[in-house]
Design a protein around this ligand. Structure first.
Ligand code: HAM
Length: 430
């Protein structure tokens, strides 16, 4: 490869990463704002944790024998040789921050949400990106089944509010530590007789982390008669699971029990869930997922604290909306100030700034361009009004105000225009 070719290659976005262009960014903001409103109503407060964390945090939280830690972390060393990684998910960082800042004792809130980029070196394909945005929530200190049901109900309404009405909520219980020991034994017994049929990864995992066999793409489908986690639940876990289900029924959140759902992260206990679109269009990746993790705070050095949470993937939500979009054209908005000739420039600059300070969206054109090309630009921007100011308007003190929707034009005094536009937009927004 020539030097020039090499140089050109480095100018492309990194593999699996994406630019979020303005139109898409607007949709991120819409989903984010709706989520922020819902979090406020459910009394969650925002928490922002670093994108870079020590790699050990995720190894300890997610588990060393998981796909995320084994194959998908972007790891790097800082100048002091400390091993850091780009966070592959939000829960571990929030738990670290909860412990490190002693949040259990320093603030009243125990419910947190986050919105931000996560990084996983997955093989890029539709719905699987190396950088993606999660909207997540973590609820600490409440061991009751009503907390699990509340979290699932919140997630369900977030996705519905985003515009995806038809959803399938899969739930399961994987029990506590004790249930897990019992279940793992039954899994090992079951799979030991079937070693020859296992893929390379699962053969290794049978010894290191047998639960992970259930989320193997290749093997799980072959073993639909594998033992179910719910058959290994102790009485307390079975009772918890039953009450989560009755809580969901009480809130009219529909769900489907999925006895082989175990999730790809090791920190879960008891309730786990994943939400998919009902339609079979597009990929079959989960839109969102989560569960209870009653041991994680203690495992990372904090006091024993029950917790439950979820994360939903922004890109997967938007991809799903694209599939069902009827894409209504956005309405016209804002004002375009059209200066005709250099003499008008100072007046138009002043009006432009006054309107912006008054909260009216405004843009201007180039005074040396023709009225026709400036009008074309105003139209392209989707402006609602155009204010034309040239020599005649400067002299008379009456500006030409054109409604680009109706194409009607009227004269308006220079002293009345700001108030008129301000009133128009405050009425529109109320
Ligand atoms: P997760 O299932 O690994 O769980 O990810 C949650 C969601 O993030 C997925 O359902 C999906 O929407 C999105 N997601 C994951 N990987 C990708 C990817 N490569 N590209 C696009 N979107 C992706 C967690 O991360 C847990 N921390 C959830 C949780 C919070 N559990 C308890 N609290």
């Amino acid at each position: 490869m020539t030097n020039e070719a090499k140089h050109q290659e480095t100018l492309q976005v990194a593999r699996g990463m994406h630019d979020i262009l303005p139109e898409r960014a607007d949709r991120h903001v819409e989903i984010e704002s709706a989520a922020r409103k819902a979090f406020d109503v459910f009394r969650y407060r925002e928490i922002r944790t670093p994108v870079l964390e020590s790699a050990a945090l995720f190894q300890r939280a997610i588990g060393v024998a998981t796909d995320i830690v084994e194959k998908e972390m972007f790891t790097l060393k800082d100048r002091g040789d400390r091993v850091l990684c780009l966070r592959p998910e939000g829960t571990a960082g929030v738990v670290r921050a909860y412990i490190e800042n002693n949040l259990a004792h320093t603030i009243a809130e125990s419910k947190f949400f986050y919105i931000g980029p996560m990084f996983r070196a997955e093989r890029p394909q539709k719905g699987r990106y190396r950088e993606f945005v999660q909207i997540g929530a973590e609820f600490f200190g409440n061991a009751r089944p009503s907390a699990d049901a509340e979290v699932i109900a919140l997630l369900f309404s977030l996705i519905q509010n985003a515009g995806i009405r038809e959803l399938q909520v899969f739930i399961n219980s994987i029990g506590c530590r004790e249930c897990r020991v019992k279940y793992t034994q039954s899994l090992v017994e079951y799979f030991s007789g079937k070693k020859a049929e296992l893929c390379e990864n699962c053969t290794r995992r049978l010894e290191k982390n047998p639960l992970r066999l259930l989320d193997c793409k290749w093997d799980a489908v072959k073993f639909t008669d594998a033992p179910k986690t719910i058959d290994a639940l102790c009485a307390a876990c079975a009772e918890h699971y039953a009450r989560v289900k009755s809580g969901l029924n009480a809130m009219s959140v529909p769900f489907i029990e999925q006895p082989r759902l175990v999730r790809g992260l090791d920190y879960y206990t008891r309730t786990v869930f994943e939400i998919y679109p009902s339609s079979t269009m597009g990929s079959q990746d989960a839109l969102a997922a989560g569960g209870r993790y009653d041991n994680l705070v203690e495992q990372l050095g904090g006091a024993p604290t029950p917790a439950v949470g979820f994360a939903m993937g922004m890109e997967r939500i938007l991809n799903q909306l694209d599939l069902s979009a009827s894409s209504a054209p956005a309405g016209r908005r804002g004002v375009f100030i059209l200066p005709l000739g250099d003499a008008a420039f100072e007046t138009t600059q002043k009006l432009l700034h006054t309107l912006r300070l008054a909260g009216v969206q405004a843009e201007t054109g180039m005074p040396d361009q023709s009225i026709k090309s400036q009008m074309r630009f105003a139209d392209k921007l989707g402006s609602e009004f155009c204010v034309i100011i040239g020599d005649n308007e400067l002299k008379s003190g009456e500006y030409a105000l054109k409604n680009l929707e109706t194409q009607k034009q009227q004269g308006i005094s220079k002293d009345a225009i700001v108030q008129f536009l301000q009133d128009h937009y405050s009425q529109k927004s109320s």
